[in-house]
Design a protein around this ligand. Structure first.
Ligand SMILES: Cc1ncc(COP(=O)(O)O)c(C=O)c1O
Length: 395
């Protein structure tokens, strides 16, 4: 038995969907608990939503946005596209934002605070909201990793003047983002352009992947192929020295021609509408709990979040290990697509040398899949790969 790529939250749209739907009734996205009572705008991608939030709220030239030092870089580049300057603030090794550091960085040019709910875990939104209101600042919430999460205080995606979502990360489409705005935000007409046929073509090609992978799996050659790829990458890595701050991939940068002012494709809206927030949440939580139990007692490996609080919909199972990139290869060899999470750095806007903890997170965090598409057999395969890898590798 081998794992399929849908494990990592990647493409999971079946071909049948394109050939007349999956028979699941589509719900308007506005009925999702996280979006209720908010103005919802469908966007091409999550990064498009971040750029649009800045445009609609008037964030731009001559202004500053307080920004978390631990970031993907994509969201950062989308905010830079507005013309505003970003001022990074400290994020701890446990992915908690440092409120004191954040507040100390406010200047007369500060216009907004940007906050990321890492992997679905809730940030302290009540304190932030209060401080932003008292200081006359906008609050921009990034929920790209937190679709269907509410958190113990039920604030994820509800406290910000604008909240940004990326549908692809949880639901497995190729594109898709949402911007939700609070009732009190001044909303001009977004005037978005439809993404067109190219988007549909990419989605269609993406939807063929599970079919191909399943075929390879039936022929019993998918596992060996993944494993060979892992071994080849491992050979390539031997002796390779990563730069201190390896750049993030080019595709992470904001491309104004492709990403700005584009709407959500109607087909992807329908696809997202077929998802059940409760079913996704419950499945992901159950998978997370199973993986968390498996790493218990293994020295040298630590769950980034040992607890799974009420209402959290985990995007992955992030663990902290010291020889992360080597372990990613070991998981690949066993057919499990582990991710070296946010390994690359956005170069240019942040002085990384001042943010040791964020840099360490970029070097240590390895993500394992908890995707809702996994069945029991898949999860057991991942668990035995974890035991195997952690037994043989020195973390
Ligand atoms: C925290 C965060 N915000 C926003 C985005 C942008 O989402 P998208 O890839 O849908 O543009 C990403 C993408 O990786 C992300 O990690």
């Amino acid at each position: 038995m081998v794992t399929r790529p849908r494990y990592c939250g990647g493409p999971s749209v079946e071909l049948g969907y394109w050939l007349g739907g999956q028979g699941t009734p589509f719900q308007p996205l506005e009925t999702w608990p996280q979006l209720q009572g908010r103005r919802v705008i469908g966007t091409y991608r999550g990064r498009s939503a971040a750029a649009l939030a800045c445009r609609l709220l008037g964030v731009g030239e001559g202004q500053e946005v307080l920004f978390p030092s631990y970031n993907c870089g994509t969201e950062l580049d989308a905010v830079l596209h507005s013309g505003a300057r970003v001022v990074a603030y400290r994020v701890s090794r446990r992915c908690e934002i440092d409120l004191e550091d954040l507040m100390a960085r406010k200047s007369s040019r500060t216009r907004a605070v940007y906050v990321i709910h890492y992997f679905g875990w809730e940030q302290p939104m009540a304190e932030l909201r209060r401080w932003c209101d008292d200081s006359g600042l906008l609050l921009l919430e990034d929920c790209a990793l937190a679709l269907f999460s509410s958190g113990p205080s039920n604030s994820v995606g509800r406290a910000g003047d604008a909240s940004i979502f990326s549908l692809s990360k949880t639901l497995g489409s190729w594109h898709g983002g949402l911007l939700s705005m609070s009732g009190s935000s001044v909303v001009r007409e977004p005037n978005l352009v439809s993404p067109g046929i190219q988007t549909l073509w990419t989605e269609f090609r993406t939807s063929l992947r599970p079919l191909v992978y399943t075929g390879l799996e039936r022929l019993r050659i998918y596992g060996p192929l993944i494993s060979v790829r892992g071994r080849l990458r491992k050979c390539r890595d031997i002796g390779a020295q990563d730069a201190e701050f390896p750049p993030m991939p080019k595709s992470y940068y904001f491309n104004p021609d492709a990403d700005a002012d584009r709407s959500l494709h109607t087909r992807i809206r329908a696809l997202a509408g077929a998802a059940s927030p409760d079913a996704v949440l419950n499945r992901r939580r159950a998978n997370y709990a199973r993986l968390a139990k498996t790493i218990e007692g293994h020295p040298g490996v630590e769950a980034l979040y040992p607890e799974l609080p009420r209402g959290v919909c985990p995007l992955h199972f992030p663990i902290r290990v010291s020889n992360r990139d080597a372990l990613v290869r070991e998981f690949e060899i066993r057919g499990v697509p582990a991710i070296a999470w946010w390994k690359g750095f956005h170069l240019g806007a942040i002085d990384w040398a001042n943010f040791a903890e964020a840099c360490q997170l970029k070097r240590d965090i390895l993500c394992l899949p908890v995707h809702q598409g996994l069945d029991g057999e898949h999860v057991e395969h991942i668990c035995s790969a974890i035991s195997d890898v952690l037994k043989t590798a020195t973390c």
